[in-house]
Design a protein around this ligand. Structure first.
Ligand code: NAP
Length: 302
């Protein structure tokens, strides 16, 4: 029998580190499947789905603590209607995700992965790559991560361009009202806006055509923002030059067509996956839960 006063029921939705699981187990009774109706907390990842049907099954639920910053899988309206708190782990992962965006951009332009494979296969032939410096860089979504990408890209960019829901007067880059105009103005399009209905397939065939034959797409946001079929067609036809992708439409499944292209660098949704970042994210998840269950203010509520 669970002691709800000392160890409330918690539904663990998605993978967390053994260290976080052990810390949670000191405070909660953990459930990996079939959460009981007495469940008071959910811990999920940035891609976890917490829909109205799940909320209906959990009438005692008080808090959803997300281990990440994406919350496109959460029915926020339903959660808010029931007074359920939702927290994420912003800021502590920003630098890691921005670093990976730059790494993917450089790896695609300088053919780092294709050449690594060639050397491992005994080759020494150098296929000329593209100069990475002096490119016009466009950022779709200039929030925490987008700004961190801009800071890193600025020293070697020829110009910074961006689109967000509103212009940022404190940012020196050029604002574009829509992604097609952004893509037309840049050589590298980096996607760092949230997933969800408002951005679904926003990078479509038209945007890729606007990016152009020398253009490179980098996505560290969500696979849902890209029309993956259109992306594969554009890469195959040379409508764009290459892509660096950390996220995909149907993770962990990655289309074979992308795997076969050496102008593409693939990454297993590892934007925040550093030892340091994951430790800080785990600590923030626990701090939010501790605050909630001791009646204190949440650290990072939505
Ligand atoms: P954030 O601070 O909320 O920034 C989001 C930015 O996107 C804001 O500039 C916002 O515009 C803009 N935006 C939102 N909706 C838009 C729309 N419909 N059209 C154009 N721009 C829009 O979020 P963040 O912390 O930077 O994180 C961004 C995303 O990265 C997350 O949502 C998550 O999906 C993804 N992510 C991926 C990983 C990974 O492992 N690959 C890790 C963490 C996060 P305004 O500023 O005008 O509001």
């Amino acid at each position: 029998m669970t002691n709800q006063a000392t160890h409330p029921d918690l539904y663990l939705l998605g993978g967390v580190s053994p260290a976080l699981e052990a810390t949670l187990a000191e405070r909660f009774t953990l459930h990996r499947k079939d959460p009981p109706a007495t469940t008071r907390a959910i811990v999920g990842g940035g891609s976890s789905v917490v829909d109205a049907a799940l909320l209906d099954r959990l009438p005692a639920l008080e808090i959803v603590a997300i281990h990440g910053v994406g919350y496109d899988g959460i029915d926020l309206a339903a959660a808010q209607a029931r007074g359920i708190a939702v927290t994420t782990t912003p800021d502590v992962l920003t630098d890691d995700v921005a670093d990976l965006a730059i790494a993917l951009m450089l790896a695609v332009q300088r053919r780092v992965v294709a050449n690594d494979r060639a050397v491992r296969d005994g080759g020494w032939q150098v296929d000329l790559s593209r100069r990475a410096s002096g490119r016009r860089i466009g950022i779709f979504g200039l929030g925490r991560i987008g700004k961190a990408i801009a800071k890193r890209a600025a020293p070697f960019a020829r110009g910074l361009h961006y689109t967000a829901r509103s212009a940022k007067p404190d940012f020196t880059g050029v604002f574009h009202a829509d992604i097609a105009s952004l893509a037309a103005a840049c050589d590298v399009l980096i996607v760092s806006a949230p997933g969800g209905d408002a951005t679904a397939h926003i990078v479509d065939a038209g945007v890729l055509a606007a990016l152009g034959g020398d253009g490179i797409l980098v996505n560290i946001a969500r696979g849902s923002l890209i029309d993956e079929t259109a992306l594969i067609a554009a890469l195959a036809a040379g409508t764009i030059a290459g892509a660096g992708l950390d996220v995909f439409a149907d993770e962990p499944s990655v289309p074979d067509a992308l795997k076969a292209m050496d102008q593409v660098v693939l990454s297993p949704h590892q934007g925040s996956a550093t030892v340091d970042g994951r430790a800080a994210m785990a600590a923030l998840v626990v701090a939010n839960l501790d605050a909630h269950f001791s009646g204190k203010a949440l650290l990072t509520p939505l």
